[in-house]
Design a protein around this ligand. Structure first.
Ligand code: FAD
Length: 400
């Protein structure tokens, strides 16, 4: 039994869902608001749970080839003193999959090409939907109406359709810090080429992570770098001042941090005020599933937002397929699958949203004594605690 599936949003969540449903033989159309998709942000760390989904969708080998070789983790005090240095290999062995930090543009292209341009309509801004026993119709700002069996809403953290699905207003909440992120050529003057280095102090953080070649296997290796600073919301965002601002915020920090500040290209940098949304009590409406950041916008401090979007996509497609095999009619199957999607995902993503918020607050000085405790712990961290935390998140996913 093949369904008409309409996906709103061609980010990594919507495209993963499209691909997962295509693989089950359904007819999928993706409607994307913008005319030209340009992912905001430099790179993304796909942890093993996300990579496992990509393998199931047939994209794992490509992603592994184009991503960074992140074998270990180092924490350094802001003045450059090494706090801890440990291998990630025992984690990868335990979960049977390495992490894949990768350029956002590369990941987007891999997903887009896999779904197929002929199944993705750009410049289509969905403004509303209506569903009943016979189908679900999405309405677009250009007057179009498209009817399907199932609507997947993956319209990102600013989702306009979320309130209707949840049945009440859902506001984004400022997490309390600003993140500047950028790609730079990888060099040992900045960090070891196989290490995720993080400088911490003064409730701020600087991170350098090997992210591969940015999409072209023959290109030079790059680092995905970011700077976190606790700041009030709604400060001016002036690219011409990024370097000057970062020099001020990180005055007195280690030489490598200043080498990075003097060398990045501000034109390639993104500045994001970090927001999340409170965990939601449901992710479905009649014939409608909410997925990705629209469903669980979270602080990026666990590196799980995109990975959870991929998990959502995989789980939803599997549940629909199973219900179609078991239920007496397609309508019963959809109802049952959406109920099961709530059961499978509401608790999992709610817990991760909450843990990401707690970690963001610890890293960024929400309670200064807790942040200081964390710095103290890092100086005798042998890696076991960090690896166990990441392992728990990964193994809690649908693919173990
Ligand atoms: P989006 O990527 O936002 O895509 C939504 C799409 O919907 C967009 O293309 C948009 O144009 C379109 N759209 C919006 N409204 C409409 C409409 N009405 N009609 C049609 N189309 C519409 N995650 C990780 O897993 N690992 C990381 O290391 C990581 N690091 C991060 C670092 C930072 C600084 C930030 C901010 C996030 C990070 N994340 C990370 C999270 C990750 O970026 C997101 O979870 C992921 O991009 C969400 O994908 P999505 O498809 O749900 O939403």
């Amino acid at each position: 039994m093949s369904l008409n599936v309409l996906v709103i949003g061609a980010g990594m969540g919507g495209l993963s869902a499209a691909l997962a449903f295509q693989q089950q033989g359904h007819r999928v159309t993706v409607m994307e608001r913008v005319e030209d998709i340009r992912p905001v942000g430099a790179a993304i760390s796909l942890w093993s749970n996300g990579v496992k989904v990509m393998h199931q969708l047939g994209l794992g080998a490509t992603i592994e080839r184009l991503s960074g070789d992140m074998q270990r983790m180092r924490y350094l005090r802001h003045d450059g003193e090494l706090l801890s240095d440990f291998s990630l290999m025992p984690l990868y062995d335990d979960v049977q999959q390495r992490a894949c930090p990768i350029a956002r543009a590369a990941l987007q292209k891999i997903l887009f090409d896999a779904v197929g341009a002929e199944h993705i309509e750009l410049g289509q801004h969905c403004v509303d939907y209506a569903s009943d026993a016979d189908g679900v119709t999405a309405f677009f700002s250009n007057g179009r109406q498209v009817t399907a069996d199932l609507l997947i809403v993956a319209d990102g953290t600013h989702s306009k359709l979320r309130n209707k699905i949840i049945g009440r207003p859902v506001e984004r909440q400022y997490v309390g810090y600003v993140n500047w992120n950028v790609r730079v050529p990888a060099t040992t003057k900045l960090a070891p080429l196989d290490s995720w280095d993080q400088y911490v102090g003064e409730s701020k953080r600087v991170s350098l992570m090997p992210m591969g070649t940015g999409g072209n296997a023959d290109a030079e290796q790059e680092f995905y770098c970011f700077f976190d600073v606790p700041l009030p919301a709604d400060m001016p965002n002036e690219p011409a001042r990024y370097r000057e601002e970062l020099r001020e915020h990180f005055s007195g920090w280690s030489g490598a941090v200043h080498t990075l500040i003097e060398h990045f290209d501000p034109a390639r940098m993104a500045r994001v005020e970090i927001h999340d949304i409170e965990p939601l009590e449901t992710l479905t409406d009649t014939r409608v599933a909410l997925l990705g950041d629209a469903a669980h916008g979270m602080a990026p401090d666990l590196g799980q937002g995109g990975c959870q979007a991929m998990e959502d996509a995989w789980v939803l497609a599997q549940l629909v397929q199973k219900s179609l095999e078991d239920a007496p009619t397609p309508d019963d199957a959809l109802r049952q699958a959406l109920d099961n999607y709530n059961s499978a995902r509401v608790k999992r993503v709610g817990e991760i949203v909450a843990r990401a918020r707690t970690r963001a607050e610890m890293i960024h000085g929400h309670t200064p004594a807790l942040t200081q405790n964390w710095y103290d712990e890092l100086s005798h961290e042998d890696g076991q605690g960090v690896r166990e935390g990441i392992k728990k998140t990964i193994l809690g996913g649908p693919l173990g």
